[in-house]
Ligand binder design. Sequence first.
Ligand code: B12
Length: 219
Amino acid sequence: MNEKEEVIRKLRTGVINCNEKGVTEAVHEVIKKGFDPSEAIERGISEGMRVMGNRFDKMEIFLPELMIAADIVEGGLDILLPEIQKEKRPMKGRVVIGTIKGDIHSIGKDIVAAMLRAYGFQVHDLGLDVPISKFYEEAMKSGADIIAISALMSSTIGGQKDAIDFLEAMGERERFTVMVGGGAASPEWAERIGADGYAKTAAEAAKHALELLEERRGG
Ligand code: B12
C-alpha cells in the first residue's frame, strides 16, 4: 500500500476506532506529505463516519460513541479544512449555507462550506438548526447567488422543500439557485422538490455550484 493510501486508511480506522491520537497524527501527515486534503477528508474521515453511521443504525454502537467520533472528526477538520481554503481563487459568487431547522449535523455542511470557499465562493455559513426565514433574510441581505441547505434526517429533510415553497411565496424563487444535500437527500428528492442542484460529496457540490452559476449567467 502506498504512503497516501496508508494515511487515508489510518484516518478512516482512526475515526471508526475513536482513536483521536491516530486521527491527529494522520491529519498532520496529510499536510506534511502534501497529500490532497479534500481527498483525505472524503476517503478517510467521511468514509469513517459513514461506517460509524451504519454501525449506529445496526445498534452496534450508541450515541456516546457517535458523539466521541464526531468530536474527533471535528478536531481533524479544524486542522485540514483551512488547508483546503488556502488556495485563493477569484470570487465566483456568494453562497448562503446551513443545516436545516431541527437538525444539528454539522460535519457534512462544514466540509461543503470549506470546499465552496476553496472554489472561490464567498460563503455565509449560518450554522445548524437554521429556520427557513433565516436562509431567506441572509440570502437577500448578502446578495447571494446560491442557497445551500443540508439535512441528514428524514424528520428534517422536508425543510428543504419548505424553503423552496417559502421563496415562491415571497416571489423570490427566480432570484436564487437552490442546492440541497446531506445524507437524507438524493437526486430524485432534489428533482421532486424543484431544487436546482444536488450533490453527493463536497467536491461535487463545489463543481456543480460553478456549473449552475455559469448556466444562470447564460454561459
Ligand atoms: C455524526 C452523526 C451524529 C452526530 C453529529 C455531530 C456533528 N457535529 O455533526 C450526533 C451524535 C450529534 C448525532 C445526533 C443525532 N443523530 Co446522527 N448521525 C451521525 C452520522 C453517524 C454521520 C453524519 C456525518 O457526519 N457523516 C459524514 C459527512 C461527511 O457526510 P454528510 O453529512 O452526508 O455530508 C456529505 C454529503 O452528504 C454532502 N452534503 C452534506 N450537506 C450538503 C449540503 C449541500 C447543499 C450539498 C450540495 C451537499 C451536502 O457533502 C458532505 C461531504 O461529503 C449519521 C449517519 C449517516 N449515515 O449519515 C447519523 C444519522 C444522520 N443520525 C441519525 C439520528 C437519528 C440522530 C439523532 C436523532 C440520535 C438521537 N437519538 O439523539 C440525533 C439528532 C440530533 C439532531 N437534532 O440533529 C440518523 C438519521 C436517521 C434518519 N434517516 O432520519 C442517522 C442516519 C444514523 C442512523 N443510521 O440512524 N448524529
